[in-house]
Design a protein around this ligand. Structure first.
Ligand code: SAH
Length: 508
């Protein structure tokens, strides 16, 4: 068949950083992605193709299958026959309790080309993030991966608890939370000491990871008291004792907090990383969408007449990217800019420039248009400046620099549009107060947030949801639309927003 192929890819256990490089490459090339309920949707950042979810997990209850296995197989086969590159993205490793091998057999029988890209399975990942090493020189020389939930069509269990009770190492049960009493009782009856150390790790490697650690006989009751939910792993063995010394993930500074990121989806990659790095869950609440300009002609004209200008000014990383990508696309390269001085509004914009091996000549000491204008004033008298910016934005540069007889030509290199409405999932999270913080990084974002909030969600602001503003200008804009700001960044970038949240959290 012409060109179609299926990649059975392991997405890792939850932390979106725990996918393989090969897995990411597959996502980037794919025409269609079918992903299951355990896959972290943040992974879909790497994707520009069509995406379909085959199964939804409702935390605390059983998986609700949206597509039956046969239907998934048929979908994979049909798409590959159309010549598509299909990624079947599965939580953890596709061949560990993942039915990946059933899909592989169906593909082989249908004559479809496929590859398997293994993933990090929940046992090693969740245990590692909980400070439990499933093998250990002194405590465990073997590890068993066991399913607590067998095929419902099977008449008798293939789990031999007599054998498992004697197993010389760590036992890890997948899908066992709802059968924890049965598992624990069966092991004890079969002779496993009731004092054996044991743990349950819920939602491992995510900001909602919770671990309960006790001895075997007390495990079911402790798990109920702690209210642990699926997906969870049961880990039984002396290796659990190491957790006291090596637990690390649950101690991260913003662990478990949900932080709303209000920038456009395309711009949020760094903020998502910040959130995850400090143990928080990024909640994507984009208020604006970014796209190319409606008309490239003015940009192309400006690029053709760059010799008219002495300065090139960027006030956002987007401006840098759209302008320089366009310059390249229409056949030029960096030499076109050789005679120009470059000014940037702040460090993130300057960093965007570095990616093109260009350096900025000027960054103001504060990252606002007014400060940029002040810094430029002594340098640009009588000169011509090209400002590569967005369709919206304040006219500060033109006005201020006219005072020193500099001319600022603004060219729109990307457009900024308001998001019309959020999906119901985001609205529910806000209305039920399941977001702890929302970061606001510009006045227009503050106004947009106010517009997008439902009445019920607005009531949560100041109660369960706190707002963190990037700068005094943004704080002012928020106040004007009736939004109360809890903290303001000392440095005017997203890192500053996270620092302000951290400071507030550690003082409470
Ligand atoms: N293929 C997956 C497992 C799928 S079976 C893998 O290799 O990890 C689903 C079970 O995996 C869940 O019931 C739970 O026992 C376990 N699991 C998956 N993700 C988990 C997580 N983040 N934390 C704890 N257990 C997890």
């Amino acid at each position: 068949m012409a060109g179609g192929k299926v990649y059975l890819v392991g997405a890792g256990p939850g932390d979106p950083g725990l996918i393989t490089i090969k897995g990411i490459e597959c996502l980037q090339q794919a025409d269609l992605i079918l992903y299951d309920g355990l896959v972290n949707p943040l992974l879909l950042q790497h994707v520009s193709s069509a995406v379909e979810r085959t199964c939804r997990v409702e935390v605390g209850s059983k998986n609700r299958r949206m597509l039956q296995q046969d239907e998934i197989n048929q979908r994979l086969i049909a798409a590959a026959r159309e010549g598509k590159i299909v990624v079947r993205l599965k939580g953890g490793d596709p061949f560990i309790f993942g039915r990946g091998s059933e899909e592989a057999v169906a593909l082989r029988n249908a004559g479809i080309d496929f590859e398997v890209v293994p993933g990090i399975t929940a046992a090693t990942a969740a245990a590692g993030y909980a400070g439990i090493s499933v093998t250990h020189r002194a405590h465990a020389s073997a590890v068993a991966l066991i399913t607590g939930h067998e095929d419902p069509d099977k008449t008798d269990s293939s789990l031999d608890f007599e054998v498992l009770a004697k197993f010389p190492g760590t036992l890890v049960f997948y899908m066992g939370l709802h059968k924890i009493d049965h598992i624990v009782n069966s092991l004890i009856q079969a002779g496993k000491s009731k004092d054996t150390l044991a743990a349950v790790i819920s939602r491992g490697t995510t900001p909602f990871q919770k671990t309960v650690q006790t001895n075997l006989s007390e495990l079911p009751e402790s798990v109920r008291q702690a209210g642990l939910v699926a997906p969870s792993l049961i880990v039984i063995g002396e290796c659990v004792s190491l957790r006291d010394q090596i637990a690390w993930f649950e101690q991260k500074p913003l662990f478990g907090l949900r932080i709303g990121i209000t920038r456009s989806w395309e711009q949020s990659a760094t903020e998502i990383k910040f959130a995850l790095k400090s143990g928080a869950q990024p909640v994507l609440l984009p208020t604006i969408e970014i796209g190319p300009p409606r008309d490239w002609k003015p940009v192309d004209d400006a690029i053709s007449h760059l010799d008219k200008y002495q300065w090139l000014v960027f006030t956002s990383a987007n401006g840098v990217q759209y302008f320089l990508n366009r310059l390249w696309e229409i056949g030029f390269d960096a030499r076109r800019l050789a005679h120009l001085k470059i000014a940037t509004i702040g460090p993130s914009t300057a960093e965007a420039l570095n990616a093109y091996h260009l350096r900025t000549d000027l960054i103001p000491s504060h990252y606002r248009a007014e400060d940029l204008a002040e810094a430029l004033k002594p340098l640009v008298g009588q000169q011509k400046i090209l400002w590569a910016g967005a369709n919206r934005g304040r006219e500060v540069l033109q006005r201020e620099l006219a005072e020193v007889s500099a001319t600022v030509d603004k060219v729109v290199v990307y457009e900024n549009h308001d998001v019309k409405a959020w999906d119901s999932e985001s609205i529910n999270l806000l209305e039920s107060g399941e977001v702890d913080w929302i970061g606001l990084s510009s006045p227009s974002i503050a106004r947009n947030l106010s517009r997008l909030l439902s009445d019920k969600a607005r009531e949560q602001i100041g109660k369960t949801i706190k707002l963190a503003s990037i700068s005094p200008v943004t704080t002012q804009a928020a106040r004007e639309v009736g939004l109360q700001i809890a903290v303001e960044a000392e440095e005017y970038h997203w890192e500053g927003i996270f620092a302000a949240i951290l400071k507030q959290q550690s003082s409470t």
